[in-house]
Design a protein around this ligand. Structure first.
Ligand code: G4P
Length: 539
C-alpha cells in the first residue's frame, strides 16, 4: 500500500500543494475537525479558535446574526497552513441544510475532499448531495468516521453503508478499539500502530504504540476481552471483505479510504493529514476554452474566480474575489489579463488567508487561493491570465428550485435594491430573473434559508427593506437553440413565461415538472437546460 509519508525533496512548489474541502451534514463535526486539522498543521495555537473567530466576525456584521441564530455558517473561507513541507489549502464549504451555489463552486476549486460522517448517523442527506457533486467532478474522497468516542454504529455496518449508499469501494484504514463509553483508541493496522490515551478509556489521544499486530500485548493490555475479540473480527473480516487501498482507484474517485476517529479527542486527525500529504493529488489540470487544458506546470499564470465575497467591510463596499491559481508562478504586483473584460488588472494587494490572520501574498503557486480586492470588476467564473484569451470552464450555474417575486416596501429605493441583488447574485447567493413582461424582479434560490439571508443583507448593507411573494412558477430553465431565429420566435410567442438572467440569457419559467416535459416535447428544437456555464464565451 502506498501510504508512506510524503517525500517533498525535489518537488516543484505546486507539487507540494494539497487543496481540499470538508463535506458533511451539519453537526457531524466539520468545525471541530477543521480546528484540529489547523492545530495539527500548526496554523492555530489553541482549540476553540475557529468557532471563536466566527463569533467575533458575527458580532461585527448584522447580517451574520442570522447565521448565529440558526447556528450555521453561511460564508465560506479559505485556510492555508503548512506541515512537513506540504502546503494545505482548506476551502470551507457552508454546511447548513440549505446550501447555495457557493458550495458547489467551492468544490470546483478543490482537488480532494474529506467526507465527515457521524458514526451514529451514517450517511445523511447533505453528505450525499455534496458527495454527488464531488462524484460529478471525480474528486477523490477521504472518509472520516467521527465521534467514535460516543456510542455509534458497528464499524462494519458503517463501511457497508458507505459502500452501498454511495456505490464506492471502501478501504478501512484503521479500526476503533471500542466505542462509546468503552472507547480506548484506534488501531492503525496499515502502520501497525495503536493510538491511545495516557489518561485511559475516553481520554484524548496522546500516545502512539508500535505494535506487531492485534495479538500484541502492547495493544491488548487493559482492554476488555469482548472489545479485543470484536477488533480481531473486524480486522479479519475487513481485510477479506473490502478492497485493498489502490491509489489509482482513489484518485479516480472510485475508492474511499475510511479512517475512524474522534475529532473532539484528536483521534485520526494526524492520520488524515499524513494521508492527504502522501496520497491526495497535487493540483490537477483545468479544462478551458479553445480546446485547451491548463496544466499546473505551465510557465504562465492562469487562475479563475470561484467565489466573490461582497461587503467584507460594509463601509467600503469592497469585494474580495477568491482566485484559484491553475498554472504558473504568481507574483505580487503582476499585471494579469481579465479575460472577460479584455482588460489588464494589476494585482497589487493579493491576500493569503491563514486561520488567524491574512497576509499579503508575495508569491503563489497552482493550488493556492489568493484573495483579490476589487470594486466589482471580478465575477465568479472569470479567468485571469498572463495574456492568453482563454476561459477556465466547468463552473456551472444551476436552475434554482425556489422562485419568489421581490416586493419593495419603499419604491424610492429601487436602485439600491437592484444593486444589492446584483451584488448578492455575484456572490452566488441568489439568481435574478427579469421578466420580459412586468417590472418586478424574480429571485431564484436553491434553499429557502437563502431568502432570509437576502432580506437581512439588503437591510443591513443596502438599507433597503424587501419582502418576497410567491410566484406561480417553481423552476427556471435556460432556453437555448442553435438556430437563433427559432429561439427568438419561441421567446416572442411565450413572452409571459420568459425572463432574462443577469447576463441577459433567456430563461423559461415553468409551473411544475409536468410543464417542463410538456413544453419540451412541444418544442423539440429548444433545449431547456438545468445548468449553464457561468461565463459564456464564443470559442
Ligand atoms: P459541524 O461543524 O459539522 O456542524 O459540527 P461541529 O464540529 O460543530 O460539532 C457538532 C457537535 O458535535 C459539537 O457539540 C461538537 O463538540 C461535537 N463533536 C464533534 N466531534 C466530536 C467527537 O469526535 N466526539 C464527540 N463526542 N463530539 C463531537 P455541541 O455540543 O453541539 O457543541 P459544543 O458546545 O461542544 O461546541
Amino acid at each position: 500500500m502506498s501510504v508512506e509519508p510524503a517525500a517533498t525533496d525535489g518537488l516543484l512548489p505546486f507539487q507540494k500543494r494539497r487543496t481540499f474541502a470538508i463535506i458533511s451534514h451539519p453537526d457531524a463535526g466539520k468545525t471541530t475537525l477543521t480546528e484540529k486539522l489547523l492545530l495539527g498543521g500548526g496554523a492555530i495555537r489553541a482549540a476553540g479558535q475557529v468557532r471563536a473567530r466566527g463569533e467575533r466576525r458575527r458580532a461585527r456584521s448584522d447580517w451574520m446574526k442570522i447565521e448565529q441564530e440558526r447556528g450555521i455558517s453561511v460564508s465560506s473561507s479559505v485556510m492555508m497552513f503548512e506541515r512537513n513541507g506540504i502546503v494545505f489549502n482548506l476551502l470551507d464549504t457552508p454546511g447548513h441544510e440549505d446550501f447555495s451555489e457557493d458550495t458547489y463552486r467551492t468544490l470546483t476549486a478543490v482537488d480532494a475532499a474529506i467526507m465527515v460522517i457521524d458514526a451514529a448517523k451514517g450517511i445523511e442527506s447533505q453528505t450525499r448531495k455534496l458527495f454527488e457533486v464531488c462524484r460529478l467532478r471525480d474528486i477523490p474522497i477521504i472518509t472520516y468516521v467521527n465521534k467514535i468516542d460516543r456510542e455509534g454504529r458497528h464499524p462494519l455496518e458503517i463501511l457497508d453503508e458507505i459502500q452501498e449508499a454511495l456505490a464506492l469501494d471502501v478501504t478501512p484504514m484503521s479500526w476503533p478499539v471500542g466505542m462509546g463509553s468503552d472507547f480506548f483508541g484506534v488501531y492503525d493496522h496499515i502502520h501497525n500502530r495503536y493510538l491511545t490515551s495516557s489518561a485511559g478509556r475516553g481520554g484524548a489521544f496522546d500516545t502512539v504504540r508500535e505494535v506487531s499486530g492485534v495479538e500484541d500485548e502492547k495493544l491488548r493490555d487493559g482492554i476488555f476481552d469482548n472489545i479485543l475479540s470484536d477488533l480481531e473480527e473486524n480486522v479479519e473480516l475487513g481485510g477479506a471483505g473490502y478492497s485493498e487501498f489502490d491509489r489509482e482507484s482513489f484518485l479516480e474517485g472510485h475508492l474511499t479510504p475510511v479512517f475512524f476517529g474522534s475529532a473532539l479527542k484528536d483521534f485520526g486527525v494526524d492520520q488524515i493529514l499524513d494521508f492527504i500529504a502522501a496520497n491526495a493529488p497535487a493540483p490537477h489540470s483545468q479544462p478551458a476554452t479553445r480546446g485547451r487544458t491548463i496544466m499546473p506546470d505551465e510557465g504562465k499564470v492562469t487562475g479563475f474566480v470561484f467565489k466573490v465575497q461582497a461587503n467584507m467591510d460594509p463601509k467600503h463596499r469592497d469585494r474580495i474575489a477568491f482566485v484559484r491559481l491553475c498554472s504558473g508562478t504568481f507574483k505580487r504586483g503582476m499585471k494579469l489579463k481579465h479575460v472577460r473584460a479584455g482588460k489588464p488588472i494589476t494585482v497589487s494587494a493579493p491576500i493569503f488567508f491563514f486561520a488567524e490572520e491574512r497576509e499579503i501574498a508575495e508569491k503563489a503557486y497552482p493550488g493556492d487561493v489568493i484573495g483579490v480586492p476589487n470594486h466589482g470588476q471580478l465575477r465568479v467564473g472569470d479567468t485571469l491570465s498572463e495574456g492568453e484569451d482563454i476561459h477556465v470552464t466547468g463552473l456551472p450555474a444551476f436552475a434554482p428550485e425556489i422562485l419568489r417575486r421581490v416586493r419593495l416596501s419603499d419604491t424610492m429605493r429601487v436602485k439600491q435594491m437592484r444593486r444589492g441583488l446584483e451584488d448578492l447574485a455575484e456572490e452566488g447567493l441568489v439568481q435574478i430573473f427579469k421578466p420580459v413582461i412586468g417590472t418586478n424582479w424574480i429571485v431564484g434560490v436553491v434553499g429557502v434559508l437563502q431568502l432570509d439571508v437576502v432580506i437581512d443583507r439588503l437591510k443591513a448593507e443596502y438599507q433597503t427593506e424587501i419582502d418576497f411573494e410567491p410566484v406561480m412558477y417553481n423552476t427556471a430553465r435556460w432556453a437555448e437553440c442553435e438556430d437563433g431565429v427559432k429561439l427568438d420566435r419561441f421567446l416572442e410567442t411565450n413572452r409571459a413565461h420568459v425572463a432574462l438572467d443577469r447576463d441577459d440569457k433567456p430563461v423559461y419559467l415553468f409551473k411544475n415538472a409536468w410543464e417542463v416535459s410538456y413544453v419540451s416535447e412541444k418544442n423539440p428544437d429548444i433545449k431547456f437546460r438545468e445548468t449553464r456555464e457561468i461565463v459564456q464565451v464564443d470559442d
